[in-house]
Design a protein around this ligand. Structure first.
Ligand SMILES: NC(=O)c1ccc[n+]([C@@H]2O[C@H](COP(=O)([O-])OP(=O)(O)OC[C@H]3O[C@@H](n4cnc5c(N)ncnc54)[C@H](O)[C@@H]3O)[C@@H](O)[C@H]2O)c1
Length: 481
C-alpha cells in the first residue's frame, strides 16, 4: 500500500463511510437478462454512427479537468494530474464536502488555483452540465461511472473513467453510442496497460518477437478483505463490500484483461467472440461478516447475504481462435497477482508470480538478457516519461504514465490509446461472467461493440509521433524531463 493511501485511510472521516444504507434485508443474485442480451444483439446488427477507434479530437491547449470522486483513488489523481503542464483542475466534486476541501488543499500544495466545488449525492450532474470543462475524470464507485461519462459526453466533454467503465451490458452500449454520437472520447483509465513489463510485452508482441499470440492469462487476485472490504474507514459507505453481494462473477476484470487484450489486438484485428465463466462458492466473506456482526451491530446487515463466490475463472475465445483466461479473487489469502501471461508461437512472457520472465525456448531467459530486452524493446513512452513517473508515483509509476499520455494526446489532438470499444469490451465481462455463472457456466456471446470495424481498426500507436510536447512541473527539485 502506498504511504499516500495509508495516510488517506488514517485521515478520512469515519462518519462518511459508516452507513450500511442501501442494502436490502436479503439481496438477490443478479445476472444479465435474456431481454438485455436480445437488445444487445439488435445493437450489434446496427451500423456504427461514427468510428471512434483512431479518432483524433480537436487539440486542446490547456485541458480543463473536473474530477468527480475524491476518495482514495481520486485524491491521489488530483495530486498526480497537478504535476502535468497544460492542465487546470477547474472543478472538484465529491458526495462529501470534506473530501472536496481536502483536494483543494492538495491543489494549494501543488501551487494550483482553487477549483469550483460541487458536493452532495447529485453534485456530479451540475459539474457535468457546467461550461468550461474539457475532461471529466471519474474515480467514483462503479455504479456512477457510466451515468457520469454519458452525461459528460452529452455536455460536450471528454470522459475518463475509472475501472470498470460499466456494470451492465446496457451501460456498455450507452457508452459506445454516446461516444459515437457526440464524438467525445470515452477512455477507461486502465492504468495496468502502462506498467513497465506490460508495455515491454506489448511492444515485443508488436515486433513479432513472441510470434502469433495463441493464449494469454490475466487476473485480479488481491486479498482486500480485512484492510479494505470490511474496513469501515476504507471505501465510502462500504460501497465495494456491497458490490460483492448479489453479483456473482468477475467484478473487476480489466486490470488483468486490458494489457493482454492490447497484445492480442482485440478490437483492432481480432475481437472477443464468446466466454464461459465459473465461480466457486463463497468460503470467506459471509463468515467474516457474521463474525464481525457478533461484536459490532454495524456489520449485521452484511451477514447472511448472497456473497459472490471467492474465485471466478472466465475463459474467452477470440474470433481468430485464440484463448484468454481471466481470474478474479479479492477475498482469499494469496499473494497479489495479475498473472499477465502472453504465450505465442515463438515465445512467452509472464509477470506473476515474480520475477518477471520471458522465454524463447524451454527455459526462461537470464535476468541480464531480460534487462537487455527492456533496453531494446520498451516503447518510447517509457524512455520519455518512465523515470519521472516513478518519482511522481502511483502504483510504481504506471498511473502517472497513463495520466500524462491522456493529457498529451488531448493536447496534441491524437487518438487515445484506449477508446470506448475497449472500455465496453473489457468491462462487459462484469455482466457476462455473471450471466454464464448463473447458467452453470453456459457459453455467452460477447457483443462486437465495433460492429465489424475491428477488422480494419489499426493497433494502438506505440510511437509518440505527433505528441510528447507536454511537460511535467518541476515541483520536486529532482524532477527533470
Ligand atoms: N486503477 C486502479 O488502480 C484503481 C485503484 C483503486 C481504485 N480504483 C477505482 O477507483 C474508483 C474509486 O475507488 P476508491 O478506492 O477511491 O473508492 P473510495 O470509496 O475511496 O472513493 C470513492 C469516492 O467517491 C465518492 N462518491 C460516492 N458517491 C458519490 C456521488 N454521488 N457523487 C460524488 N462522489 C461520490 C465517495 O464519497 C468517495 O470519496 C473505483 O472505481 C475503483 O474501482 C482504481
Amino acid at each position: 500500500m502506498s504511504s499516500n493511501r495509508r495516510h488517506f485511510l488514517k485521515n478520512i472521516a469515519v462518519g462518511s463511510g459508516a452507513l450500511a444504507a442501501g442494502l436490502p434485508a436479503l439481496a438477490k443474485l443478479t445476472g444479465t437478462s435474456d431481454d438485455e442480451m436480445n437488445q444487445s444483439d439488435v445493437r450489434v446488427q446496427s451500423s456504427q454512427q461514427f468510428n471512434m477507434c483512431g479518432y483524433a479530437a480537436p487539440k486542446i491547449e490547456t485541458v480543463r479537468i473536473g474530477v468527480i470522486g475524491l476518495g482514495q483513488r481520486g485524491s491521489e489523481a488530483v495530486e498526480r494530474l497537478s504535476y502535468i503542464d497544460g492542465i487546470e483542475i477547474v472543478a472538484l466534486c465529491d458526495k462529501y464536502p470534506d473530501r472536496v476541501a481536502a483536494s483543494q488543499k492538495t491543489l494549494e500544495k501543488m501551487k494550483r488555483p482553487r477549483a469550483k466545488e460541487f458536493s452532495g449525492e447529485e453534485g456530479w450532474k451540475a459539474l457535468c452540465d457546467s461550461p468550461d470543462i474539457d475532461l471529466v475524470y471519474t474515480p467514483t464507485p462503479w455504479h456512477l461511472h457510466t451515468p457520469i461519462a454519458v452525461r459528460a459526453m452529452l455536455n460536450g466533454k471528454h470522459a475518463a473513467t475509472e475501472v470498470a467503465a460499466a456494470k451492465t451490458l446496457e451501460e456498455c452500449w450507452q457508452l459506445v453510442e454516446t461516444s459515437e454520437k457526440t464524438r467525445k472520447h470515452c477512455m477507461m483509465l486502465e492504468n495496468c496497460c502502462y506498467d513497465f513489463f506490460e508495455l515491454l510485452t506489448l511492444n515485443m508482441a508488436r515486433q513479432g518477437m513472441l510470434g502469433e499470440i495463441v493464449h494469454a492469462e490475466g487476473a485480479y487476485i488481491h486479498d482486500l478483505t480485512k484492510d479494505w472490504l470490511f474496513n469501515k474507514n476504507a471505501y465510502a459507505d462500504m460501497w465495494r463490500l456491497k458490490e460483492n453481494i448479489g453479483h456473482n462473477g468477475n467484478l473487476y476484470p480489466t486490470h488483468g484483461l486490458g494489457p493482454i487484450a492490447q497484445c492480442m489486438n482485440i478490437n483492432r484485428g481480432d475481437k472477443f467472440d464468446h466466454l464461459v465463466s465459473m465461480s466457486t462458492n463463497d468460503f470467506t466473506m459471509n463468515a467474516m461478516a457474521k463474525k464481525l456482526a457478533e461484536k459490532d451491530d454495524f456489520f449485521k446487515p452484511y451477514a447472511d447475504q448472497p456473497y459472490r463466490g471467492n474465485m471466478n475463472t472466465t475463459l474467452i475465445r477470440s474470433a481468430l481462435g485464440k484463448t484468454i483466461m481471466v481470474q478474479h479473487d479479492v477475498s482469499t489469502i494469496r499473494p497479489y497477482s495479475r498473472i499477465h501471461l502472453v504465450s505465442g508461437t515463438k515465445g512467452a512472457a509472464q509477470k506473476w508470480p515474480g520475477p518477471e520472465r520471458v522465454a524463447f525456448g524451454h527455459s526462461w531467459i537470464k535476468k541480464e538478457e531480460l534487462e537487455d530486452l527492456h533496453k531494446k524493446y520498451s516503447p518510447p513512452i517509457v524512455n520519455h516519461i518512465g523515470k519521472i513517473a516513478k518519482e511522481v508515483g502511483g502504483h510504481g509509476g504506471m498511473d502517472f504514465i497513463m495520466d500524462w499520455r491522456l493529457i498529451d494526446c488531448l493536447r496534441n489532438g491524437l487518438p487515445l490509446d484506449q477508446d470506448v470499444y475497449d472500455a465496453a469490451a473489457w468491462s462487459c465481462l462484469v455482466p457476462l461472467s455473471q450471466r454464464s455463472v448463473a447458467k452453470k457456466s453456459r457459453t455467452v456471446d460477447i457483443p462486437d461493440f465495433t460492429r465489424g470495424a475491428w477488422q480494419k481498426n489499426k493497433p494502438v500507436d506505440l510511437t509518440l509521433n505527433g505528441g510528447a510536447t507536454t511537460g511535467v512541473r518541476d515541483i520536486k527539485p529532482d524532477l527533470k524531463m
